[in-house]
Ligand binder design. Sequence first.
Ligand code: PLP
Length: 432
Amino acid sequence: MFVSDSLSVNEKGHLTIGGVDTVYLAEKYGTPLYVMDEASIRGALRDYKKSIDENYENGGMVAFASKACAFKAIYEIVKEEGCGADVVSGGELYTAIQAGFPPERLYFHGNFKTEDELAMALDYGVGRIIVDNGEELEALSAMAKARNVTANIYLRITPGVDAHTHSFIMTGQNDSKFGFTLETGEALQAAKKAAAMPNIALKGMHCHIGSQIFDEAPFAHTAELMIGFLAQVRDETGLTLTELNMGGGFGSRYVESDVVLPYGEYMRRIAGAMKEVAAKLSFPLPYIVIEPGRSIVGNAGITLYTVGSVKHIPGIRTFVIVDGGMTDNPRYALYQSKYTAVVANKANLPADQVVTIAGRCCESGDLIQEHTKLQPCQRGDIVAVMTTGAYNYSMASNYNRLPRPPIVMLSGGKSYVAVRRESLADLCCNDL
Ligand code: PLP
């Protein structure tokens, strides 16, 4: 029933996360409530680091893709674990810097970075700027020249790999808004241009083929293509690039039927493919960067809601209506994402009711999950939705003028507020 190792049931029949009673957390902090287990986050970061150490002798960096969940405490944890972070906007960059994150360990992405954001990146001394298009390359070169600094960059390459995931989160195929296309020769042209540009140091290449991918084969195939491309760049420009960023996209467990690979398996296959092609092409193995997001924080988080009503429509369905919804978790509305839910105060009872969990927003599509199994419940019960640590808080909105929930972190059996609950006054703070 539980999709994460940090979840269990205590003697009261209550769901626990990180050993802490979720019903107690709901009472203490109110609902809706995001809860995240620090030990899971640290454990996942360590597992990824270990997978590089064990499979790839040329060294590498785990850069947490902070779009999955960005707030100061996460950057602090990632920093303490000796990892890097991928940021994708001035907002994420600013939050990381506010958290004391070392700028040299930041990878700055995005298919439209404004000039203000590029200026921030240059002025903070961000480690690598991942250039997404030709216009950005020109602008960055001019801005670096004006500042008399060198911008250390990767080019984002679209390798033409179909990762068999939802079309909205698939990014490696040729029909993509991201990056320079490999197949058309656009990528090679961009590499030649970047190599010759003033105040630009082309350090390596980047690719990211999509998200929630359970199969290691597309990653291995991408690794082969990318090493092949690095060798082609060397042959055509004389420049041997020493870094390869393979992006993120490793799958997380949302429902029991999801078969998640151990992290080591991805790196074993990626490293194997890289070594084979590098040897064939006599290309020196590059330093590797990976950018997992979802798989670091997804299973570390749950969301707790209070049930407001249960609406039976005979012969149609039963709605369980909760005090949150698409404002704190828009993923079912966006991509029909699957989730597992449990009635946290009755977690020891069989989940024998088929229900639709609906939110409180003024939208019929405001659903968390349809036709899912749940324990019998009524007004006042606490529903926990699992695997909400990734792309929930970071995608949350104030639709219907609903305040965003707080994030409570768990560490060593204790809880602390990492992000406070928005107040009604917060909702008006920008209104003039
Ligand atoms: N790197 C880049 C460039 C991305 O765009 C994303 C997600 O969109 C990621 C890493 C993280 O992907 P995931 O959370 O699936 O690991």
